[in-house]
Design a protein around this ligand. Structure first.
Ligand code: 5CA
Length: 437
């Protein structure tokens, strides 16, 4: 992508409405713009990252056996009356009336709708287990939306729903998602910390929140170091030993538990404290929805059984804020490669120099052809402004081409994260980035 042809409205000044660094950087880097309180437009750069994050979430859901579909944002109130949640959900739910005076709502979550889809489609225990998910916009009319996409009113969530014939199978589905979540967040360059959680308005008796470590996080965490040392690929979700081991991990947020309990349960050498941002939550809630909504299947002996359910949410749009909180420096964002909007920022130091421009154009074409995502700064601007912009938007690698280096047929390759810089022949730079030799 040529920057001259792109839409990247950067801000020079720190926006006064942004209190935390991720919000500030998302505005300054031209990723989002607020359209109403807690409601944002995703500008092209932000949208690219949101799609990268979405794709990682999708791949790990698919790998864990979940099946993607797409439910609508608007839901009929009747389904929520069936489960009994229409009246209890409160003011966070945006209620809408259509022209025929039918009560509708903008979904804050989808347990009712998916249970309706399930009960109409599956009639026998032979078709279980099933785990269905979608990645869709949600609306919660938060009293105090803040920190940009961290606590929005409209936000993108991945929500999965599992259906099983009995509790043992449902708990295995729960731990399968648990392991998938660890993997998902690690792939984004984050350190996930699972914390035993209250179930709140979703209901149920087994739940974990997943926090990612960030000094600016809203929650104070006390946790057992074992929590972050586990290799999730070793989690056998059907093993009662593994389930018990995870259930016994001690981790808590300071609002809900006291430090004394933490110290009583975790030996000193394994005690850790950190701040975290909640990026996901998983719930096992049995028949809370299947019972009132009559989501039953024929069991092995023919008798009807209300299915055992769980739900599993990831704050996809919130993750962008969390990643930036965990990955930035005083110059701007430092994207982990897996979610970066482009891999390489190519900087033409002197657009007026025909040789420089030819070398840049050629390298841009070659990299693009090789499938590398390149943002090519071909604008006629000061060198200082170009470097500042590239550092701000945080692409993992910068290729810098100017008349001096070009005289020796060299391109400067900078690594954004370490600040390391190395002059290389063009072929070497190309191979470095494409992994060729
Ligand atoms: N039905 C369940 C799981 S599918 C559910 O709704 N869970 S939740 O309430 O915990 O939301 C899932 C995730 O969405 C949260 O962990 C959080 O990361 C994200 N989230 C929740 N509220 C907001 C919000 N106002 N803005 C941005 N992200 C949010």
């Amino acid at each position: 992508m040529r920057l001259s042809a792109y839409f990247l409205p950067l801000l020079k000044e720190n926006p006064s409405e942004a209190q935390i660094v991720s919000h500030r950087l998302m505005l300054r880097a031209g990723m989002i713009r607020q359209s109403a309180a807690g409601i944002y437009t995703w500008l092209p750069l932000g949208w690219r990252v949101l799609q990268k994050v979405t794709q990682i979430v999708r791949e790990e859901q698919d790998r864990a056996g979940a099946i993607e579909l797409l439910m609508p944002t608007l839901q009929p109130a009747e389904l929520w009356r069936e489960s009994g949640r229409y009246d209890v959900y409160g003011k966070e739910m945006l209620r809408i009336r259509d022209r025929h005076d039918r009560d509708m709502l903008y979904g804050p979550t989808n347990e009712e709708l998916i249970t309706d889809i399930f009960r109409n489609g599956i009639k026998s225990y032979r078709d279980l287990p099933k785990n269905l998910y979608h990645i869709q916009w949600k609306f919660r009319d938060e009293v105090r939306p803040r920190f940009g996409v961290m606590r929005g009113r409209e936000f993108l969530m991945k929500d999965a729903y599992s259906f099983d014939i009995d509790k043992a199978a449902a708990v295995a589905s729960y731990f399968r998602m648990f392991a998938a979540y660890m993997k998902t967040f690690k792939r984004m360059g984050l350190t996930p910390i699972p914390v035993r959680a209250d179930t709140g308005p979703i209901g149920g008796d087994l739940s974990h929140e997943f926090h990612v470590q960030a000094d600016t996080g809203e929650s104070g965490l006390f946790y057992d170091a074992d929590v972050v040392n586990l290799d999730e690929s070793n989690i056998d979700p059907t093993s009662p030993d593994v389930q018990a081991y995870i259930a016994n991990w001690y981790a808590a947020t300071d609002e809900k538990h006291d430090k004394a309990e933490f110290e009583a349960r975790v030996p000193p050498e394994r005690r850790r404290e950190a701040r975290g941002i909640e990026v996901g939550q998983v719930f096992y809630f049995g028949t809370k929805y299947s019972q009132p909504m009559n989501a039953v299947v024929a069991g092995p002996d023919g008798t009807p059984v209300a299915v055992e359910m769980g739900s599993y949410g990831i704050g996809v749009s919130r993750l962008l804020g969390a990643i930036i909180e965990a990955c930035h420096d005083d110059k701007g964002i430092v994207w982990p490669e897996s979610v970066a909007p482009f891999k390489v920022g190519l900087i033409n130091l002197r657009v007026s120099d025909a040789g420089c421009t030819k070398a840049c154009d050629d390298l841009y074409a070659r990299l693009t052809q090789a499938g590398i995502e390149v943002l090519y700064d071909d604008r006629d601007q000061s060198v200082g402004a170009k470097f500042a912009a590239m550092d701000l938007i945080g692409l993992p690698y910068q290729f810098v081409i100017g008349p001096r280096g070009l005289a020796n047929k060299l391109v400067e390759v900078r690594t954004r994260k370490t600040g390391e810089s190395k002059e290389m022949p063009f072929d070497a730079a190309f191979n470095f980035i494409t992994g060729g030799s």
